[in-house]
Write a protein that binds this ligand. Sequence first.
Ligand code: 13P
Length: 248
Amino acid sequence: MRRRLVAGNWKMNGSVAAVRDWCATVVQAAAEAPVDIALFPPYPLLAQAMQSLAGTNVQFGAQDVSMHASGAYTGEVSAAMLIEAGCRQVLVGHSERRSYHGETDEQVAAKFAVALDAGLVPVLCIGETLAQREGGETDAVVGRQLRAVLERVGGDGLAKGVIAYEPVWAIGTGRTASPMQAQAVHENIRGILRDANATMAGSMRILYGGSVNGDNAAQLFEMPDIDGALVGGASLNAREFLRIVRTA
Ligand code: 13P
C-alpha cells in the first residue's frame, strides 16, 4: 500500500507572512492526516518554512536545484544548500523549467542524480504538451522523460524519488485531465517502472498535477495508480489545500 502524498507547489507566489499563516492552518490538520504533506515555496521563503514546520509532520522542499555542486553559477542553488536550509525534497523538471528555461531531459536527469546524492527526495515532473497529446505522442514523451532519469540513476535510484505526472495543458488552465486520462498515463508510467524493477514499481508514488482542487481531487484519487497530487494554484489557499488533503 502506497502512502499518499499531497504537495503544494507555490511557484513564484507567496511571502514570509503567507508561509507563516499557511503553516499555522495546515500543521494542525496535518497532525492526524494519514497522508504525507509537503510544501514547495520559493527559495527565500524556505527559512520561514523551516521555522514554521520544525517538529511537524509537514515536509518542505525547493522548486528546483542546480545540477552543479558549487562554483560560478550565478542565481543557482546547490543540493547541499537545500539540505542546510532544511529541505527534504526537491522538484526537478517542472514543465515551467523545461519550457521557460530550456531544461533538457539530460539536465533534469542530472538534477535528479545530484538531489539523490545529497540525500534529498527528488520529485520528478513529467508530462506532455497539448500538441503532443493531440499528436498521439503522450506515452512516447512521458516515456522519454522518464527513461532519461532511469538511464542516469537506474531503477534503484529512481525508486528513492517520487514521480509527478503533470500534463502541460492542464497546468494553470482549470482544465484537469479526466480521472481516466490521468490513470491511463499513470498506468503506462508504472509499466515502465515495472520493466526496470518490479519491486519498485509497486512502491513508487506517482502524483497527478494540473488544476487539482477540492472539487476534483476525490475522483482522481479513486484511480488505482494515482498516489496523490502536486497542487499549484489551489495550494496557495490553506483551506482549499486541506480540502484536497482530506479527500486523500
Ligand atoms: P495548477 O494546480 O495551478 O494547475 O499547477 C499544477 C502544477 O504545475 C504543480 O506543480
